[in-house]
Design a protein around this ligand. Structure first.
Ligand code: ADP
Ligand code: GLC
Length: 482
């Protein structure tokens, strides 16, 4: 089975968050199941630089206002459109942190290109199915629908990694999208008087998945549906949740060359020298009576950063120490910085995006804190499980689905893997940190068992890849019965 995956970022070439990790790791997990995945990406300079011997396989002289080439190498197809993608830095934002003003055109260009590949316009490659990710790929099903008359119609899977990003644009760009006027309607791309990319994807995708079963449920409720819940309820039968896995080769504490000391579940003692290295890098005094809790995160409202930033004195009073690595919202950055300055022996902060440092933090911290308000899946708690870095998480979305709370029953049964809290409030978070400190200080046996349980938890891609493969197969079967 041939699947074209369509996404805006992919690890290791270009990454701003978990989407890249998923798009990078899933193809290798699908290969043994007989699914041959190629990935179509926009031609960001980092992506083009990473291609091995790229070959042009199509040329379109006027693609959304300029010349385009489709480049192929190995399992990548890259849409090289210099006037849209040849820009350094963050793929979505300009140097001032604002959305690029032509993002509507940039990702319509990607989606329309994917549709053309789906129609079989490339010599020697016609995918059986298109798997598109987030709003950046969500116009693919719409192009297939409106411009596909008389052409091959492969089924589509739309995966929603985050409902907060919907790709909503003013109607001024409409003439540039190349869609018929009838498509601007309630049953098409129209969304609250604007153009809605994710909305269109939800309307037309053959199947819709999101990245955990709990989030699949949450997004159909008014509370968490972010304006799209009624549409998602309407498409209920097509919606499912498949939890993300992680790449067990990239994230393996026994072989991770980014760690000063490597280790496995049978002997966790080398973690201590990693902790010493974190304390050195973050300039925190060593204190083995106080668990070192890390955060590796985008600094946004989604991640509940304000709960930490605005209550730093209370956080420090729980007895935990915090090492925070993050970048994003300037206001949250400033609030964290002020908190760290007031509690220099307990809280330290590094602003920036630093992949190697994220490995060190997982490999040496005692716990990782993820106090998200909503979390479609979350990957850092999965890396934490794999590294014996105990996740302390809010009970939402994928965090609810991947961590077993250390309540009395779970501790007695010996199955706990972390700590959860249900009210995503400062008090909920503080209570969770107090429980963390208590377990760490006074119940080292339970603590180590949580670490080992986490390290043995099945966080790889195998099971979830099998679910995707089964979904693809069912859609192809339905298509062939038509
Ligand atoms: P999201 O995609 O919502 O940001 P995830 O937990 O799914 O959340 O994925 C985040 C990914 O980005 C993880 O691989 C995490 O390690 C990484 N990450 C986030 N912030 C940073 C940072 N400042 N430095 C290094 N890696 C980071
Ligand atoms: C999004 C979500 C995150 C998820 C990631 C990969 O960025 O915020 O929860 O893990 O996508 O699916």
């Amino acid at each position: 089975m041939k699947v074209l995956s369509v996404a805006s970022e992919m690890f290791p070439m270009l990454k701003t968050g978990g989407l890249a990790d998923v798009v990078g790791a899933l193809p290798a997990a699908l290969a043994p199941l007989g699914v041959d995945v190629r990935t179509l990406l926009p031609g960001h300079p980092k992506v083009i630089a990473a291609m091995k011997a790229p070959k042009p396989v199509a040329e379109w002289p006027d693609w959304f206002g300029g010349p385009a080439q489709l480049l192929a190498s190995e399992n990548l197809l890259v849409l090289d459109v210099p006037h849209l993608y040849d820009r350094p830095g963050n793929p979505y934002l300009d140097a001032g942190g604002r959305d690029w003003p032509d993002n509507a055109q940039r990702y319509a260009a990607l989606s329309h290109a994917a549709a053309r590949i789906g129609w079989g316009e490339l010599k020697g490659y016609a995918p059986d199915l298109l798997h598109v990710h987030d709003w950046q790929g969500a116009l693919v099903p719409a192009y297939l629908h409106y411009l596909g008359e008389g052409k091959r119609q492969p089924p589509t899977v739309l995966t929603i990694h985050n409902l907060a990003f919907q790709g909503q644009f003013k109607t001024a760009v409409w003439p540039q999208l190349g869609l018929p006027d009838e498509a601007f309607s309630m049953h098409g791309l129209e969304y609250w008087g604007d153009i809605g990319y994710l909305k269109a994807g939800i309307q037309f995708a053959t199947a819709i998945t999101t990245v955990s079963p709990t989030y699949a449920h949450e997004i159909r409720t008014q509370k968490d549906g972010m304006g799209l819940d009624s549409m998602l309820r309407w498409r209920q039968a097509a919606v499912s949740g498949i939890v993300n896995g992680i790449d067990l080769d990239v994230w393996n504490p026994a072989t991770d060359t980014l760690l000063p000391a490597r280790y496995g579940a049978q002997d966790l003692s080398p973690r201590l020298s990693n902790k010493r290295e974190i304390e050195r890098v973050f300039e925190l005094p060593a204190d083995d009576s106080s668990p070192l809790v890390c955060m590796i995160t985008r600094l946004t409202d989604q991640k509940g950063i304000d709960l930490v930033a605005h209550h730093m004195a209370a956080v420090a009073a729980t007895g935990a120490r915090l090492a925070i690595l993050g970048s994003g919202d300037a206001g949250l950055e400033a609030a964290l910085r002020a908190g760290a300055q007031s509690h220099p022996r307990r809280v330290a902060l590094k602003i920036g995006y630093d992949e190697p440092l994220s490995h060190l933090l997982q490999g040496g911290s005692d716990a990782i804190l993820v106090p998200s308000r909503f979390e479609p899946c979350g990957l850092t708690q999965l890396y934490g499980l794999r590294y014996g870095c105990v996740p302390v998480v809010s009970r939402v979305g994928g965090l609810a689905d991947t961590v077993i709370d250390a309540n009395d029953a779970a501790l007695k049964a010996g199955v706990a893997t972390g700590i959860q809290f249900a009210e995503v409030t400062a008090e909920g978070l503080l209570e969770a940190l107090r429980r963390t400190v208590q377990l760490y200080r006074h119940h080292p046996g339970h603590w180590q068992q949580m670490q080992r349980n986490g390290m043995k938890a099945d966080v790889g891609w195998q099971a979830s890849a099998a679910e995707y493969a089964a979904l693809y197969a069912s859609l192809l079967q339905k298509g062939s019965r038509k």
